[in-house]
Design a protein around this ligand. Sequence first.
Ligand code: AIR
Ligand code: ASP
Length: 302
Amino acid sequence: MSRQGLVVSRSNRVLKGTGIRTIVRSALALREGQATDTPRPPNIRYTLMTRRRRIYEGKAKVLYEGPEPGTLIQHFKDDATAFNAKKHEVIDGKGVLNNRISEYVFTNLNEIGVPTHFIKRLNMREQLIREVEIIPLEVVVRNVAAGSLSTRLGIEEGTQLPRSIIEFYYKNDALNDPMVSEEHITAFGWANPQEIDDIMALAIRVNDFLSGLFLGVGIRLVDFKMECGRLFEGEMMRIVVADEISPDSCRLWDIKSNDKLDKDRFRRDMGGLVEAYTEVAKRLGIIAENEPIGGSSPKLVQ
Ligand code: AIR
Ligand code: ASP
């Protein structure tokens, strides 16, 4: 990642308090896009020397080693991919919005007793999470027909389903995340029957919570994807919700207009993705009405 060991260039600032701590603090704040009042000396380039160990880099996120054993830092990138990364774009501001929206959802889930990997948000793009063993499944819950379900079964998008449907997909890019059944999951040892029960119970609770949350702000939760992980605590293990829950992983339609407020805007070349995610964040009260959108962080000099 180019943001590691970054070089920050700033000029025309009054020189004051330039101890190494101040410099590192400023550089960190800048890197994360936080406002910093700490003045920097003019025309000097700083190299941030703290290097974190990168554990994993996915399409939209990076995981770094956390400050304590058993923790990780989850970093939200601006990258958007679809159709198994065949389509790729960098959308300025997406990572910041997903970090905030996912923080909000996971904080609420923790509060209502749905266990998650989330500990706290650290800055504009990063959150502290518990290290879990990711179960290689994408758990999709659907309330309204859309996307691949509509294509596969010929059901018109927007059709209310008779009941919520849970589907499993095997997380494997090379295979295009194929849909799998409980038979496949247990036969290949991705999860055992007890774990599948736990995952389904979590999926239903998350769906109930999210449906109500979004309905309250005039948004229909059409479907969403979640991932689960095994959290080991001493001798004990439990299944928790992991990854992220954001407009990247949900279909969210405005109740009145049916406007899409999710990643389908990117998948279907509709434009206005950051505006749509901002609308979701504003309706949830995460960001203020007049807060600027998209402004992710200062431009970094490579
Ligand atoms: N999803 C699936 N893989 C990645 C993601 N984000 C989400 C989609 C949609 C739901 O899972 O964002 O909310 C179902 O997707 P599909 O394509 O199977 O209809
Ligand atoms: N994120 C996945 C991909 O890059 C799938 C999707 O969201 O459409 O292919």
